[in-house]
Design a protein. Sequence first.
Length: 157
Amino acid sequence: MSVPLGRAAEHPADARAAASGGVFTLAAALVLDLEGRALLVRKRGTHAFMQPGGKIEPGETARQAIVRELAEELTLRVDESDLGHLGHFTADAANEPGWTVDCEVFTLVTDAPVAVAAEIEEARWFDPRDTGDAVIAPLTREHVFPAIPAQRGGGGD
């Protein structure tokens, strides 16, 4: 299922600036709506859906980075105190063969409107248990989605 979202003004982004020795050091957010659907984004020129987020700038904490990234990518304004912490995960990068992502993942439950911006081409709400035939990034598929039942205190499979 795809939920159309508006587009905001473009913002320059340089994903390679986050790279160091084959590792991208990132902050990302598992954004859930009140129905438990997860908001995933697809960056321009790519095929895989992933959590919104991006590189942690020098002198910035992971929480500060994800607050900034949510505003830049989805025009979503949040406070650091709105974020829960899901975990720290490492996985293969979705769009850069041979690279890995080292990512601090936060949670946010919101019904606030979002609009795609910056390098984001598409945003979609997904049922974490059934993403259909969408290409899902390894970090999301292998670590983030499996951690949702534990985070929400639910039973699991």
